[in-house]
Design a protein around this ligand. Sequence first.
Ligand code: CA2
Length: 148
Amino acid sequence: MKPILVLNGPNLNLLGKRQPEIYGSATLDDVNEAIARLAGELNVSVDCRQSNHEGQLVDWLHEAREGASAVIINAGAYTHTSIALRDAVLALSVPVIEVHLSNIYARDEFRKHSYLSGVVHGTIAGFGVQSYLLALRATQLLVSGSKP
Ligand code: CA2
């Protein structure tokens, strides 16, 4: 089985270092460790990456066309701005799950719109680190043929 690609966008490398009241105190390394631990339990492999650059995220989505069984993506602020990421998701035939640490619908008006939500399999937002773990469980069901 090809790995599940977990992509994190801009500023998520700063997790746990500022704004813990919104994003929690876990660092990105903590998040990736929790994902890797659950992946072991679910018997799937994961490949976790982060970039602050839109084009890099687009390139990784293109790679996923051949190299991944599914994609979990927290596009950070590009969620609200990037038609390029939306188009790259549209070019994929593997399932894509959008995640957010915070509940983007309960925050600033400009965060309530996601360019990705309309083109992904589903979105999980507002559960902190658990958003990623819930997404991984849902993705594992999807790639194993169940229909969550
Ligand atoms: O809630 C989420 O996961 C977001 O995708 C996080 C993005 C934000 O722009 C989205 O609206 C919602 C921001 C990630 C930046 O995270 C930071 C963490 C610590 C310090 C500064 C930024």
